[in-house]
Design a protein around this ligand. Sequence first.
Ligand SMILES: C[S@@+](CC[C@H](N)C(=O)[O-])C[C@H]1O[C@@H](n2cnc3c(N)ncnc32)[C@H](O)[C@@H]1O
Ligand code: SF4
Ligand code: SF4
Length: 444
Amino acid sequence: MASKNTSSYRVDAAEHRRAETRDERPSFRQFNLADAEASLSFGAAAGRFTAMNILIAMVRRLDPSLASWLVALSGGRMSSLFARLMRLRRVAGAMLARDLTPPPPVKLQVETTDVCNLRCVHCKRDKLDEMNTLTMPLESFARVVSDVAPLYVNMAGFGEPLIDRTMISKLALLHRRGIRTSFPTNGTYIRRLKREGLAVELPDVLQLSIDGATKESFEAIRKLGDFDKIIDNYRAICALRAEGKTRRGTVIRVLCALQRGNLHDYRAMYRLIGSLRGIDSFGLVPVSFGGANAAQMPAPEEVLALHRELDVAIAEAQEKAEKDFYRQWRDVSAQWLEPKNANGRNPEPSRAPCTVPWFSAYIDAKKRVYPCCYLTGSQHVMGTLGEDGGGFGEIWTGARYRAFRAEMISARPALAGCRTCPRNDARVLSTLEKLRPLLPRAKS
Ligand SMILES: C[S@@+](CC[C@H](N)C(=O)[O-])C[C@H]1O[C@@H](n2cnc3c(N)ncnc32)[C@H](O)[C@@H]1O
Ligand code: SF4
Ligand code: SF4
């Protein structure tokens, strides 16, 4: 999914309110946390005068991103903070020790349905087997959540989450347990779900996909999508939040997968995002070769022509926010000019460490467990929930997962998918190294 190389802007909520009264465009601010996963809000309980919120407010003054993690960790409750810190300490200890049987993951990504109503040209779902078959039953979902007890669940895969008629019950189940939630949507079913109570169970991060800022480009990319209807739906959910009718403390962000068909939408996108009023951040991600057809990747000369246009747009823009928006468009598209990312060519094999298989897992709608959502080939299936009596724990500590982790440590370039993935957790591990005295000792 689209979280590699994502860059984002933040639209300040107070600025929004001022802009609404002045009928002006809101200003975009650089958003420091790198991706949707990290764009955590300040808690479901935000605004109430509790010990937890006072602590969060104090930490927030020191470091906003640390405060976000504190909220994610505590689920907004002081009582769970200590237990969760201890849990994270064990996971961090296992990551540092490169333990092949780490404690259960703190994050899950779950494809709650593999059914989708659209056929986007850049999406890899048509390359996956047996799609459009299944929505994960609520009972199976509840069982895995109860087995793993994650701190954060992202309900994202290669289907449309809001097609799932049990989505609101799934969200309610997670929220009752103080688990952070997020999912992306193509927006088609927001109105239907709104009637069924989506607003009160809105996830902590709701990601609205907009891969085209005009009817023409949007509908050419998001095949079978209706631009006017979807943008209306987005306006409706943003309006509900502005009226204070949604779950407290939620973040609404837009994600655009940049590609040949929307390369020149920068002005239209800036206007569209501004007109939505209530968007917290805007992320732009270049379509990844693994998912997109080669036809969606712009050639270097197209990118250079775009940059000439963007230079003019940046020079002409009156507001800093607009200049920054176009600069970001330039930076993201510039990644296609790097020889290692050029159309059709794979990057050099990476030997950098990746800690994902120590703290997170991806489960598809057929209950197959994978190390992450970039690895969806049958060779990457670590096990299937419920098969041979296997629960998550057996799969997580089973022979296949252990072998995968061992290979990640010693021979990442030999791992298909991982060899070309940009993930590099060298900094994470060096930070953990400094914390070593606080972490549990490695198993002998
Ligand atoms: C795979 S979709 C699943 C959720 C939902 N159906 C939707 O479209 O939002 C999640 C996000 O991934 C993006 N995406 C799909 N294929 C991609 C690719 N090859 N490269 C980058 N992003 C991609 C989509 O545009 C969408 O914003
Ligand atoms: S709506 Fe989402 S899952 Fe469906 S085809 Fe488009 S990107 Fe893929
Ligand atoms: S290196 Fe492999 S496991 Fe790690 S994020 Fe990339 S594809 Fe996933």
